[in-house]
Design a protein around this ligand. Structure first.
Ligand SMILES: Nc1ncnc2c1ncn2[C@@H]1O[C@H](COP(=O)(O)OP(=O)(O)OP(=O)(O)O)[C@@H](O)[C@H]1O
Length: 261
């Protein structure tokens, strides 16, 4: 799997007497198989617009998005999206929610078995028949991730998936997502507002700036691999290297926030 974004820009047309918005300007990004790319940046810098381009929900005004040699021309089963609001179907139980995408693709006979495998991977065994409204927020978000994984996407796109969780649940979910990333070998593109989450989870970090939205900094990150090699998460996050980079990235983002304010 290789994703290439070449000179992509997005201009939202003028609305209600306002000027057009250059949400993304000249974005270039290479994502290799099994990369875990994290996008971070001040509000309005175009993170969701970039995710929507990769998902195919939006077409670039200029430039192109290429996935495995083919231009992205719309949404497809090779890309799954997990949103902050998980968009589960409240009248269905956990298994039926997780199997939903496969059944839509006409793979009904195998769907339940595949769903149960991902339900187990996300630590939800025993809840297959529970209605989703009866689950905690953290469990519902895990159902959403299981559902996205059942379709076996080439790339998993996540827009602030853990933003609504309390601090402890969020840390546990970060660790779980990293273990699943390792086990499944998926390629991940994740948006977050948390600098600590970005540094801990990503293998590649892009920092974006607004007006127009563009990539201003890129970092290769070693921290998730250290955690997966057995170093406890808190120890990784408390290391001097992690804290120094966290402060550097925070300075970049605060400078952008002040310019916008
Ligand atoms: N449909 C739209 N029409 C017009 N402008 C839009 C539209 N969607 C987003 N924008 C504008 O484009 C810019 C980028 O928005 P986007 O939501 O991609 O940023 P973001 O970095 O994801 O923001 P946040 O962190 O607040 O979610 C912002 O100025 C936003 O107001």
């Amino acid at each position: 799997m290789a994703l290439e974004i070449r000179n992509a820009s997005v201009i939202y047309p003028a609305q209600a007497g306002r000027a057009p918005v250059e949400a993304l300007s000249n974005i270039n990004l290479d994502v290799d198989e099994h990369d875990f790319v994290v996008a971070l940046g001040a509000s309005g810098c175009g993170k969701s617009t970039l995710l929507n381009l990769i998902a195919g929900f939006l077409s670039p005004s200029t430039g192109k998005i290429v996935l495995d040699g083919s231009d992205v021309a719309g949404p497809g089963a090779d890309r799954s999206v997990v949103f902050q609001k998980h968009a589960l179907l409240p009248w269905l139980n956990v298994r039926d929610n997780v199997a939903f995408g496969l059944k839509l693709q006409g793979k009904g006979s195998a769907a339940d078995a595949v769903a149960d495998r991902f339900i187990a991977l996300l630590g939800l065994s025993g809840f297959e028949k529970s209605p989703v409204y009866a689950l905690s927020g953290g469990m519902q978000q895990r159902v959403g991730i299981a559902r996205a994984l059942t379709c076996d996407p080439k790339i998993l796109l996540m827009d602030e998936p853990l933003g609504a969780l309390d601090a402890l649940t969020r840390e546990r979910a970060q660790e779980l997502i990293l273990k699943i990333w390792k086990d499944t070998g998926k390629t991940v593109f994740l948006i977050t507002h948390s600098v600590e989450e970005a540094l801990f989870m990503g293998t590649k970090l892009i920092v974006m700036s607004p007006r127009p939205g563009r990539i201003t900094y890129r970092f290769d990150l070693p921290f998730s691999r250290r955690f997966l090699d057995g170093v406890p998460a808190r120890q990784v996050k408390a290391s001097r290297e992690f804290i120094e980079l966290r402060e550097e990235v925070l300075r970049i983002i605060f400078a952008d926030e002040e310019q916008v304010a």
